[in-house]
Design a protein around this ligand. Structure first.
Ligand SMILES: C[S@@+](CC[C@H](N)C(=O)[O-])C[C@H]1O[C@@H](n2cnc3c(N)ncnc32)[C@H](O)[C@@H]1O
Length: 1012
């Protein structure tokens, strides 16, 4: 064994998976599931429905849980012989029970810094941890709380500012009164803003819902387009929950009212993207949305008209005539406002209309003073996320707002910039820090006030759906929303929450900035950690140009994966605002941390040249592969020889897994462990499987251990000789055995167990030098085949010889198993598919065929899929698994066999199916059941028909087909759909189960002729 037990760290051997995963699930949940989960975990929550979270400082996509971040960093520095209980204590876990004010999360406990020092035999500050892609800051924050010298690097300027605000400033300035000064500045900001902006909003208005006014192309009637009718909200305590719109045919106008009386349907008839003009006498259908069949859709026309209006006013300095006012009100129809707990129709509310129109006058009247604070920058063509806006004629960022939204944003920005100037001249960087939180409040408000927001009126979420809400592109719905400004709980009061923070009852927070800031400052007060935290704007693919070689003890990093989130694109929405509001302090904030040479904080765009992302699912340009590889190479340069790399892997595909594994191997990393960790919000994956990662992450541990040489590997037949190599086999055996123990000790779910077990393949492959003539993929294929077959072989063997319906002799069973294993070496589809099939169809303990196939959880399918080299999307693409609704709780995956050929709608073309062994196995099985003659004759016919297949392929397919036939239920055999007469002709009067037995036997015997 290569791993030197003396230098091994806890993370390479055992971490308390159950405890930290439970903590993480709780940390990542939102309120309702949060409560449910706490109950499930036996934790009594006494009214703790809100709590200050790091994510409330500023939104950043894919922010990871702090509890896990802390656990992984600590486990990377303490030795492998540390007791699990001791580890949990050092982490702060023991204090959970004593937490009074907060929910019981590791995040709200303090790591035992003194005890850690004793265990480490040195100050934690002597150890350096670097997160080179630090994003929203969970990893560096927890590293700093542990007391490490912490280096956080980010390529993105918005994330850079978030990192400063979340980690560096609290660590550095808690004792200097950062929280207190920010509270003071917040109050001043709110006062100034209230005087300047409040007057443009209706008294008591909490939220507005705007309809977009479109014209019927036939009768020119004005139609208020919105998606909220008839039930605005399903929350029953709210008044006026139903909206009724009435259309006046003669005046071609509408009126709207809200009512408590349930209304069952809306007033506009819809069919797909088309709507019916609601004015009697017209009633014609026209295309509202979607890809225009001819010319432009009415919806798209709305955006062009809006952009034109805004441009005319903002850049053309057009006077606001009554025509302009009318244009505004015909386009932006203030339809509803929420005041406390009721919805009121305001389409004809003169005072509301006046205030709204007044904001346009104010914007126009103050253009000169506000010029520098209006985001006039172009939405860059490279910004894929915002392409939907550009395609609708919104070419500049300011066009994402209605005039009142823009006025508020620009005025706030101006006030903040003014305060930033004062603060910085009085207090230097400390003042700049204070200003940063104020500017973050502006971002938060902007996020909830654009024409790309929409209304959500379900029971769990009644309110505004914000602009940056996770879709892969900016998403425009029928209606849009705006926040009110006056009540203290709105707008700045909501974004910053000074009252909650000042009162100290932080659990009352609804997501404001100051309660988190207070919590963080309390954490760092008196800790003297400030000097240990360094935040850089830099490129992780060039880490060694600004960090000394071999200087870092732990690299803990959660990189982007492929096209999942293009961070630059989304952040640009905020950058357009921040660079204005913080203009007076940008130089002071950026200069000391700048490690990027070809970008300046004066730039209207964010850097994207070397962002580690792909622009399409397949990474067809190879961009991700190249940058990721360079990044891993750089980590190896700056990491000490005895350092630890912790790499979070959050992508569902096998392709991503290959890119990552190869990069790690190429740069000399040995992987002692792969840990399955719950890092996503529990409710997320069902809805967003195709958009955002997944529930589970795999955390890969890398070390710079020396590799072992493998002798006697034939360059002509690398994979096969690897699998027969005794050292290789022994290493697999030991790794699997070690993992089995971890699985037992950790009491983990089946998906976690699969991840732990199959993760050993990377571990094994990474321990060996490349034999002559081999590629890393050969090593991995051999290792994963060895691991998979260790799981499948004994089970298959028992089925074939003992428990299956057709008992085979040992020699035949062995031949079948050997052929399948050989197939696994070169076709990853068998590895994924057979594993999933057996889990779904066979009782793993008794080897009996299940009467009801087991539906498999997404996590399990995607984990097995990617580690085995054939991911869930590929499995689905070939029809090898099908997704079905099981109950209210969601969908499950079922591996398919003959169903893939027979089920209506589920078929994949046979020529495609033949491209993978499981597909050709299904075709062979079907032929074996339906051809004529005795088994030998059938086999001959099949062989002739399959002459283009190599013997190796035919043999592996036939072997797999036999296993599948042995584990398929009678009713799934499909012989009824096949030509039944060929059987019944000879054996009239036979009952169904007898027929199944015979068909199965005949087919299996046929197939044994094809297995060599
Ligand atoms: C998955 S996120 C990290 C999230 C973070 N762990 C958290 O908890 O918020 C990946 C980050 O990598 C950053 N990134 C992408 N390319 C980079 C590069 N070349 N150098 C440094 N950071 C980069 C992105 O801006 C993004 O914030």
């Amino acid at each position: 064994m290569v791993i030197d037990a003396k230098g091994a760290k806890l993370i390479e051997v055992l971490i308390p998976l159950k405890e930290i995963n439970e903590d993480s699930l709780l940390e990542q949940s939102f309120k309702p599931s949060y409560k449910r989960l706490s109950e499930k975990l036996g934790i009594t929550l006494k009214g703790h429905t809100f709590d200050p979270k790091l994510r409330s400082i500023h939104i950043w996509p894919a922010r990871r849980p702090c509890g896990i971040s802390r656990a992984l960093s600590l486990a990377s520095v303490i030795t492998s012989d540390t007791d699990q209980k001791v580890f949990l204590e050092l982490l702060g876990y023991k204090q959970l029970r004593f937490i009074k004010k907060h929910p019981p999360l590791i995040f709200y406990t303090r790591p035992q810094r003194e005890a850690i020092k004793k265990v480490l035999l040195k100050e934690a500050g002597k150890l350096t941890l670097c997160d080179p892609m630090a994003g929203g800051g969970s990893i560096p924050l927890e590293a700093a709380r542990l007391g490490f010298r912490t280096i956080a690097v980010e390529y993105n300027p918005v994330a850079y500012l978030i990192l400063k605000a979340s980690v560096e400033f609290p660590a550095k300035y808690a004792d200097a009164g950062l929280f207190e000064e920010t509270l003071k500045a917040t109050k001043e900001l709110i006062n100034r803003a209230r005087n300047e902006i409040g007057k443009y909003y209706g008294e008591g208005a909490k939220r507005y819902i705007f309809a977009r006014g479109v014209r019927c192309p036939f009768c020119n009637g004005l139609i208020p387009v919105q998606g909220i009718e008839p039930e605005i909200s399903s929350v029953s305590r709210l008044k006026g929950r139903f909206l009724k719109i009435t259309y006046d045919k003669t005046r071609k106008s509408f009126s709207a009212e809200t009512t408590d009386k349930p209304i069952s349907s809306g007033t506009i008839a819809k069919r797909g993207n088309n709507i019916k003009c609601p004015y009697d006498g017209c009633g014609k259908w026209f295309q509202l949305r979607g890809r225009a069949k001819d010319g432009m859709t009415a919806f798209d026309r709305w955006f062009y008209s809006h952009a034109e209006l805004m441009e005319k006013v903002v850049e053309g300095f057009a006077p606001i005539t009554s025509d302009v006012e009318e244009d505004l009100l015909n386009l932006h129809i203030p339809l509803i406002k929420q005041v406390r707990n009721s919805f009121q129709a305001i389409w004809d509310d003169e005072s509301e209309r006046k205030k709204f129109v007044g904001s346009l006058h104010a914007l126009s009247g103050e253009l000169f003073e506000l010029q520098s604070f209006i985001p006039l920058d172009e939405i860059p063509k490279e910004n894929v996320w915002a392409s939907t806006a550009r395609n609708k004629g919104l070419s500049k960022w300011y066009m994402l707002y209605n005039p009142r939204q823009l006025l508020a944003i620009a005025k706030l920005s101006k006030i903040i910039a003014g305060m930033a100037d004062e603060l910085v001249s009085k207090n230097g960087e400390f003042g700049a820090a204070v200003a940063t939180y104020l500017a973050f409040a502006l971002d938060k408000i902007a996020d909830y006030n654009t024409i790309a927001t929409h209304w959500q009126g379900t029971r769990s979420k009644s309110g505004i759906a914000h602009t940056l809400r996770g879709e892969s592109t900016l998403d425009f719905r029928n209606e849009y929303c705006e926040m009110g400004f006056l009540p203290p709980e709105l707008s700045l009061g909501w974004a910053l929450e000074p009252d909650v923070a000042e009162s100290g009852s932080l659990t009352k927070t609804a997501g404001g900035i100051l309660p988190v800031l207070r919590f963080l400052c309390d954490e760092f007060r008196g800790s003297n950690i400030g000097d240990h935290v360094h935040v850089y704007l830099g490129d992780a693919t060039r880490l060694s140009t600004f960090l000394p070689l071999k200087s870092v003890d732990v690299i803990n990093v959660d990189p982007p994966y492929f096209e999942q989130v293009i961070y630059s694109d989304r952040s640009e929405f905020f950058w357009a605002l921040l660079r204005r509001a913080l203009a007076p302090v940008l130089e002071l904030l950026f200069k000391p941390g700048m490690r990027l040479s070809n970008w300046s904080w004066t730039s209207p765009t964010v850097p994207r040249e070397r962002e580690v992302v792909a622009y399409d699912k397949e990474d067809s340009q190879g961009r991700f592969r190249r940058f990721f590889n360079e990044f891993v190479g750089e980590t190896a340069k700056v990491l000490r020889d005895d350092g630890v790399l912790v790499l979070w892997f959050t992508h569902p595909t096998a392709q991503a897994w290959r890119v990552v594994s190869e990069a790690l191997y190429q740069h000399g990393y040995v992987v002692p462990k792969v840990w399955p960790l719950q890092t996503e919000m529990p409710t997320r994956f069902k809805k967003q499987v195709n958009v955002v990662a997944q529930e589970m992450s795999l955390v890969i541990v890398g070390r710079k251990y020396p590799r072992q040489k493998l002798l006697e590997v034939s360059p002509q037949n690398v994979k096969a000789s690897l699998i027969e190599n005794s050292l290789f086999a022994k290493t697999v055996e030991e790794a699997v055995e070690g993992t089995r123990k971890v699985i037992v000790e950790s009491n983990v779910s089946s998906a976690d167990a699969a991840a732990l077990m199959f993760g050993t393949a990377l571990s094994v492959a990474s321990r060996f030098e490349l034999p002559i003539g081999a590629k890393f993929q050969d090593l991995y294929d051999a290792a994963i085949t060895a691991v998979v077959s260790r799981f499948t072989e004994p089970l298959v063997y028992r089925v074939l010889t003992e428990t299956g319906p057709v008992k085979l002799d040992e020699a035949t069973a062995q031949k079948i198993v050997k052929n399948v294993v050989q197939g696994m070496l070169w076709d990853p589809a068998i590895r994924s598919y057979l594993t999933l099939w057996l889990i779904s169809r066979v009782d793993l303990a008794t080897a009996e065929v299940r009467q009801e196939p087991l539906g498999l959880h997404f996590d399990l399918v995607q984990t097995i899929g990617k580690l085995c080299g054939f991911g869930v999307e590929e499995l689905k693409g070939y029809g090898l698994v099908a997704e079905r609704a099981v109950d209210k709780s969601g969908r499950a995956y079922y591996p398919q066999f003959l169903e893939m050929l027979t089920l209506p709608g589920g078929q994949v073309h046979p020529s495609k199916l033949m491209g993978v062994i499981p597909g050709s196995a299904a075709i062979l099985a079907r032929m074996a059941m339906t051809e004529s003659g005795d088994p030998a004759a059938r086999a001959k016919t099949i062989k002739a028909k399959m002459s283009m297949r190599s013997d190796r392929e035919l043999s592996s397919s036939a072997a797999l087909a036999i296993i599948l036939l042995e584990t398929t239920r009678d009713q799934d055999l499909g012989y009824k759909i096949a030509d039944k007469s060929k059987i019944t002709r000879y054996l009239p009067g036979m009952d169904e189960s007898e027929m199944a037995r015979l068909v199965r036997e005949l087919a299996i015997k046929t197939l044994t002729h094809l297995v060599f």
